[in-house]
Every structure is written in C-alpha cells, then in structure tokens.
Design a protein around this ligand. Structure first.
Ligand SMILES: [Fe+2]
Length: 277
C-alpha cells in the first residue's frame, strides 16, 4: 500500500478501510505551518531546528513546552483547522477535533529514555479515541522518509499484543491537561502510563513510510498501527498533528476496524467543534 489522494466524497470510507492519504499544501495548512514556526522562532530564534545543538535539555524542553501549550490552546489554530477541512472540500460542521500538537523529533532522540513514548508503536485509538478517528499530520519542513513515521497497514484488522487496558482517558486528564499536552514536566515521559505495542518492532517488518513536503497533509485512520522513526539527521524534525472525528459516523458506529483497543474513558466530550469558526 502507498499514499493516495482519493476523491473527497470517498475520503472517509477510504480512510476507514485503511487508505493512507496525501493532500497537497493549501493556504490553511501553510497558515498553520507559519503559526507554528512563528511560535518556535519566538522561543528558539531564527533557526529552531538547530536549537538542539545550542540549548541545554531542560531549557529547550521549557521553551518547547510553551510552544506546545500556545499552539494547543490557540483558538486561531482551530479556525485554521476548520479552514483546512473546508479547503479540501469537507464540511467543518460535521467534524470535531482534538487540537493541534507540536511534535519534536530530535536527532538521536531515541537514546533519551525520557523520550521513549515519542517512538512507541501504537494505535491512536488506544488513547480513548473512537474507531472513526482520523489522524491529520503536517510537516513544518521538507523531510526525507528517514525522518517521518511508518504505518503497518497490514495490522489494521489484525490484533497485536498491547497494553491499552492500562490507559484511562478520564484519569489521564483528571489532574489537568499537563500530561495530555506535555508542556511542563520533563520527567513525565518516564512515569506516564502510555499504551503501546508489546512485541518486537523489528518483527513487524518495514512499515509504509514516506518523504514529506512542507505544509502537505497526511491522513490515516487513528486505528492504524504506526510509529515515529528515530532519525540521525543533523536537525530537529518538527510537525503538527491533530485528530478529527466525523460526528455522523460516530453516531452511526461507522469507522475503521477496532480489533484490540481496550482503553477506557473517552476523549469525545473534550473534542472542539469545528463548525461556525
Ligand atoms: Fe500516533
């Protein structure tokens, strides 16, 4: 399987069936990229991708935490997400979203135990999301396939060993949204109970990867098994992602296969509406 661009009228069915979707850059995705880059430059200077070589870890984490928080809570970013759906022919009023998160993948970051969760093989649905969850990913720069992520599409309808039963969404957010957005506590990655694949990543074989273009969109079912690739590039890789749910499909019980999700609680009440923005 490779990345495709189905007709927008078939988009949801295609995604639920496992399609990996690429959509080209549009004004709203470019606006989101500019917003994120502006926040990064305000904290890290004119070359945010190089900051990992200049700032000590705790200071870099603090500054990136402020960017994460600002982006996640920014109502203008939600407006741009709504515009992005509209520019691609989707009706924002039919959708709700879990807002945009900044993802930060440093060179050799996999060697830092505090960052282990970043590379975990997982399905997004194991985090208290419904089976019709769609994950929407946007890179802030052109990046080679070695610096993106991979998807094991053959596992969409095949259960894999996992500990999603340990994840309870309501408990996760009960003490504030610090863990959810990850903006304050550099040790959280060591203590938090994130659900993940329990098998050997190498035994899964090579997933479907891709090189990416700044500001494009990559969409896939949140039920897909996927993981960020560790990279040994010279600079940090930044991307944005947010999750969207179609309300009609949620009510109708339509979505991707759900074969091994045992997470508890539901993120649904905390999604933000995209209509009327
Ligand atoms: Fe994910």
């Amino acid at each position: 399987m490779s990345w495709t661009t189905p007709p927008i009228s078939e988009l949801r069915d295609a995604l639920y069936a496992g399609a990996l979707v690429r959509l080209p850059p549009v004004p709203a995705s470019t606006a989101l990229v500019c917003r994120a880059k502006g926040l990064l430059e305000a904290e890290l200077g004119p070359a945010p991708r190089e900051a990992v070589h200049q700032l000590a870890d705790p200071e870099l984490f603090r500054r990136l935490g402020r960017v994460r928080k600002a982006l996640y809570l920014d109502p203008d970013a939600l407006t741009e997400i709504a515009a992005l759906l509209e520019e691609h022919g989707l009706d924002p009023s039919e959708w709700v979203t879990d807002p945009a998160r900044l993802r930060v993948i440093h060179p050799h970051g996999e060697q830092n135990p505090k960052a282990a969760a970043v590379y975990a093989v997982h399905r997004d649905t194991w985090y208290g999301h419904p089976a019709n969850l769609v994950t929407w990913w946007i890179p802030l720069d052109d990046v080679p396939a070695s610096e993106t992520f991979e998807v094991w599409t053959d596992r969409l309808d095949e259960p894999v060993a996992n500990d999603s039963e340990r994840f309870d969404y309501d408990e996760w957010v009960s003490r504030g949204w610090n863990l959810k957005i990850g903006w304050q506590d550099p040790e959280a990655g060591l203590r938090a109970r994130y659900p993940g694949f329990l098998g050997d990543r190498d035994a899964l074989g090579k997933g479907v990867g891709f090189a990416a273009q700044e500001g494009e969109s990559r969409l896939f079912a949140g039920a897909h098994l996927h993981a960020t690739r560790p990279h040994a590039g010279a600079r940090t890789r930044f991307s944005l992602d947010f999750r969207i749910v179609h309300l009609g499909d949620l009510a109708a019980g339509r979505g991707a296969p759900s074969v091994d999700d045992r997470s508890r609680g539901s993120c649904v009440p905390d999604y933000e509406p995209l209509g009327g923005r």
